[in-house]
Design a protein around this ligand. Structure first.
Ligand code: AMP
Length: 399
């Protein structure tokens, strides 16, 4: 699948002010330390490309949800520090992303310098895709590069509005790689192609399930969403997560998949907890024997074995959504076991960002996957086959 948009290597960056919208929305702990810098590392090829081309490199990003007001706990200052180490060169940090401070730092910069602007979402205009804010950002740059795949599904000033005000726009290498890999995996997989879907709710992934069931050879469903399917089959699911308004749809999807000769796997057992408290009693039961008043929190050992066998002959695996409440040790085994099975399969393995990427990281299997998306919601939108505003706003490639 070839990428249809103009990319950074199509445009002249020499001595230009190049504003790169990156996704530096990294996880921070309580003391504002970065706990996973993969999103920063993933943009280094694009940043280095611009430095090598003697551009003044201006980076901008959001971090967290400050909702339009400055919040020191969500400052990008720790990111500037980390980036400085990764690039092995100074990174100037501006305390505001627009206005006189940013303008003067950019004005005094030399070709090859790197500047990181403070959190875009400290201004309400960012998420509102406000024209004035877009124009103020654009005033800092001659060329705009969108490298923020993780935010490409949002119509914000720094992803969409700005393209109206800069003369030259293009995508970065990470954006291109993400789109090509995710679209290419779904549209042109080496078969057997297995989709593993988990996470909390069916409703959040219904479009992905619909889009993928027409394309995959096998579907494996785990996580909270499995209980809606299990209930739709007529079983008792106790107090497990369920979406009663999705029961008919779940039944229909299951039946259609079987009619289309797609192998459709659901858990055969699960780990249940007597309450949601961390000290609650837990036990393993088959899905036929989930007790009323208990909560289904993870897939059980028989499902781990079953799913492990189902992925063994796969040539392409796409995984989105954890198999259980993996954030809690007692319910993390199913997800981690799935990570090991996917890693050990002799297949091209693609992980769809967000929680699944974190789970794979915690399972120690990140290095074994072929591709881990940097975008959670954005990856889902692509897998649904949906339009991405941040991509649509970029011009098509010239040849
Ligand atoms: P999603 O954002 O839809 O991929 O959902 C991820 C969340 O689903 C994680 O935070 C998990 O804790 C949660 N999850 C997975 N399995 C279950 C379950 N059986 N019951 C409740 N939540 C679950």
């Amino acid at each position: 699948m070839s990428f249809s948009k103009q990319t950074i290597d199509h445009v002249d960056l020499h001595n230009k002010r190049v504003l790169i919208r990156v996704d530096f929305n990294v996880p921070l702990d309580d003391t504002c330390h970065i706990t996973d810098d993969s999103r920063i590392r993933a943009t280094l090829p694009t940043i280095n490309w611009a430095i090598d081309d003697d551009a003044v490199v201006i980076l901008c990003s959001h971090l967290g949800r400050p909702k339009g007001t400055a919040n020191p706990a969500l400052s990008l200052a720790p990111v500037a520090k980390r980036l400085q180490r990764l690039l092995n060169k100074p990174v100037a940090f501006t305390e505001d992303c627009i206005g006189p401070t940013a303008e003067s730092v950019v004005k005094n910069a030399q070709p090859g310098d790197v500047i990181l602007l403070e959190n875009l979402r400290f201004h309400p205009g960012e998420e509102k895709n406000d024209d004035q804010f877009s124009a103020q950002l654009a005033a800092l740059a001659d060329v705009y590069i969108n490298e923020a795949f993780g935010t490409a599904h949002r119509s914000h000033a720094s992803t969409v509005g700005i393209t109206k005000y800069v003369k030259v726009s293009a995508a970065g290498f990470l954006m291109k790689h993400e789109v090509e890999t995710l679209e290419g995996t779904v549209e042109n997989p080496v078969r057997p192609f297995v989709a593993i879907l988990g996470g909390a709710k069916v409703s959040g992934k219904i479009e992905v399930i619909k889009n993928l069931t027409g394309k995959v050879d096998k579907v494996i469903i785990g996580g909270g969403m499995a209980f809606t399917f299990i209930k739709a089959m007529g079983f008792e699911i106790g107090l497990s997560l369920v979406e009663n308004n999705m029961l008919d749809l779940a039944k229909k999807i299951h039946e259609q998949a079987i009619a289309q000769k797609i192998k459709f796997y659901l858990p055969v057992d699960c780990v249940v907890a007597a309450s949601l408290s961390p000290e609650a009693e837990t036990k393993i039961v088959t899905i036929q024997e989930i007790p009323p008043d208990w909560y289904g929190m993870d897939i059980g050992p028989a499902s781990v074995r079953l799913f492990g066998e189902a992925v063994q002959n796969a040539k392409t695996i796409l995984w989105n959504g954890p198999m259980g409440v993996f954030e809690r040790d007692a319910f993390s085994r199913g997800t981690y076991a799935m990570a090991h099975s996917v890693a050990n399969a002799y297949a091209y393995t693609v992980v769809g960002g967000g929680d699944t990427a974190l789970a794979v990281h915690r399972a120690g299997e990140s290095e074994s996957m072929d591709f881990i998306s940097t975008g959670g919601g954005a990856a889902l939108q692509l897998l649904e086959g949906n339009h991405m505003p941040g991509l649509a706003a970029l011009p098509d490639r010239p040849y």
